[in-house]
Write a protein that binds this ligand. Structure first.
Ligand code: PGA
Length: 260
């Protein structure tokens, strides 16, 4: 596992965007796994800037989002469909038929989950999966206790996650859906490369457990230690409890310029 410690959220977002943009320039039809939440917003803003100012081309890029609430209309302001189109897709030249987000209103959710897995395979698998991390160590909506081999499926959300997300639902936990579709941990581990982003002190404990703790289903992100190409970018606040020195941004740039 590669862990890069950067100064703040802005550096985190810029470095993440550089990694994504490098992939897209090398492989214009790259398959990206995307995440919602506050953490990747800076990454999306920087990719939009690169599209507008540097001509970064998304026309052949294919995307698969990690998860979606079950039962929220697609145009609901808190649906992940709405989030992705508002914060990213509307602002770049992506082909809408290349965008995949689980459909929380599919008539047969289980069949839809199987279709989603098959669709990822059809495009040759995910080249780079972007992840945030929950305070409880979740990735996607794979809550603690999730099977480490799980595939795209229905998950019941833990109260801590619903409470964290209530801020987006008029502060009312009862408005936060109880169920979601999420790629499984096995689905995530199949990605060729993974980029996990974490910013702020509220993530420091989860990062410590995920990166330096034992691999356990109680901290789903810890399974990334088994993946051969995972990069974690953390800002100083999220890196607060890490004991190993890991890499600085300068170390990373030096290695990239020598061997990249
Ligand atoms: P956040 O969410 O980026 O809004 O902190 C991360 C997550 O819960 O996976």
């Amino acid at each position: 596992m590669r862990v890069i410690k950067v100064k703040d959220y802005e550096r985190l977002s810029k470095l993440a965007a550089k990694i994504v943009a490098t992939l897209i320039r090398e492989k214009p039809d790259a398959v990206l796994g995307l995440a919602t939440g506050n953490t990747p917003l800076g990454l999306y803003r920087e990719l939009i800037r690169m599209h507008k100012e540097e001509g970064l081309d998304f026309s052949r890029v294919v995307t698969f989002n990690l998860d979606e609430y079950i039962g929220l209309p697609k145009n609901h302001p808190q649906s992940y469909h709405h989030f992705m189109w508002e914060n990213f897709f509307h602002h770049v030249n992506i082909n809408p038929s290349n965008v995949h987000i689980p459909d929380g209103n599919a008539p047969n959710i289980r069949q839809h989950c199987d279709w989603y897995e098959a669709r990822i395979r059809k495009f040759g698998g995910i080249d780079l999966q972007i992840l945030g991390i929950g305070r409880d160590g979740h990735i996607g909506f794979n809550e603690p206790g999730s099977s480490l081999g799980s595939r795209t499926r229905i998950k019941t959300l833990l109260e801590v996650t619903r409470r964290d997300n209530a801020r987006f639902f008029d502060g009312k936990i009862e408005n936060v859906p109880k169920y979601a579709i999420t790629m499984g941990i096995g689905t995530i581990l199949d990605a060729k490369a993974i980029l996990l982003l974490a910013s702020g002190e509220s993530k420091a404990d989860a990062i410590k457990k995920a990166v330096e703790g034992p691999i356990t289903a109680m901290v789903p992100a810890s399974v990334l230690q088994l993946h051969r190409d995972t990069t974690v970018i953390v800002d100083e606040a999220a890196a607060k409890y890490l004991e190993l020195p890991w890499e600085t941004e300068e170390d990373y740039e030096r290695v990239e310029s020598l061997f990249g």
